[in-house]
Design a protein around this ligand. Structure first.
Ligand SMILES: CC(C)(COP(=O)(O)OP(=O)(O)OC[C@H]1O[C@@H](n2cnc3c(N)ncnc32)[C@H](O)[C@@H]1OP(=O)(O)O)[C@@H](O)C(=O)NCCC(=O)NCCS
Length: 212
């Protein structure tokens, strides 16, 4: 055994709030990698999909989340279906109330569309983060609590606030490039297990000397 079972819903029976999301996803338009978890003591984290809102298959956008991400309580992924028609006098969605108002149902072309939402690997989203449609968050990024992510966040940066802005890079440019090529999250469980101390250390020289 080289770590927890990535196919378990609750990988540690002593921490029932933590849920490996991949194993509870039911929607075809959400894709989540191994070991990525959602942590919510009130729900056991199994309600992750309820935090992906306005996500309608006919719109065609996907939520793609990589491996080894830590997602704090209260996250909200707002998908493209949330965007109202804006190039019109009113943004009020008359059509959804029917009773004749459906005569003004907007076409898909009339609705703003920002594309897929993509979260990389080894991303940490603090609690109550809101991610708006079409945003890409790079590998290794940290998003501070209560942030509203309205634009792309580069890999290996710490970012926070509303709007979410980069506070600082995590590492120098050379190490960032090294880690983006290393892609440790794609290693086998055994190789990860063998290199766990280096991955969990702040000794960046040790990381550079990792043997696979
Ligand atoms: C972002 C975070 C990781 C701190 O990172 P850091 O690099 O140590 O940042 P610092 O604490 O040095 O703060 C740097 C600046 O960012 C600001 N900042 C930090 N976190 C922020 C947040 N969540 N929202 C807005 N601004 C924030 C600080 O006020 C500071 O601003 P200043 O330079 O104007 O004084 C931390 O603040 C955070 O939000 N953690 C999330 C914890 C959480 O939600 N965990 C849930 C369980 S997974």
């Amino acid at each position: 055994m080289f770590g927890p079972d990535p196919n378990a819903v609750h990988p540690n029976e002593h921490i029932p709030s933590v849920c490996y999301i991949k194993n509870v996803i039911t929607r075809p338009n959400i894709q989540v990698g191994d070991y990525t978890y959602y942590d919510d003591a009130a729900t056991g984290g199994e309600d992750f999909e309820a935090h992906v809102t306005h996500h309608y298959e006919f719109i065609g956008d996907r939520l793609i989340i990589g491996k080894f991400c830590a997602i704090g309580k209260g996250v909200e992924f707002v998908m493209n279906g949330a965007n109202h028609r804006m190039a019109s006098v009113t943004t009020y969605p008359f059509n959804i109330f029917a009773h004749g108002w459906e005569k003004c149902t907007p076409t898909l072309e009339e609705l703003p569309f920002k594309g897929d939402t993509v979260v990389g690997n080894d991303v940490w989203l603090g609690q109550n983060v809101t991610v708006l449609p079409g945003v890409h968050i790079g590998d290794g990024a940290i998003i501070g609590a209560n942030s509203v992510v309205a634009a792309d966040i580069p890999p290996y940066t710490v970012a926070a606030g509303n709007p979410c802005r980069v506070i600082r890079p995590r590492f120098d440019a050379e190490l960032t490039e090294y880690l983006l090529k290393l892609r440790w999250w794609d290693w086998s469980p055994e190789v990860i297990f063998r290199n766990l101390k280096a991955l969990c250390s702040g000794d960046l020289e040790q990381i550079r000397r990792i043997e696979r």
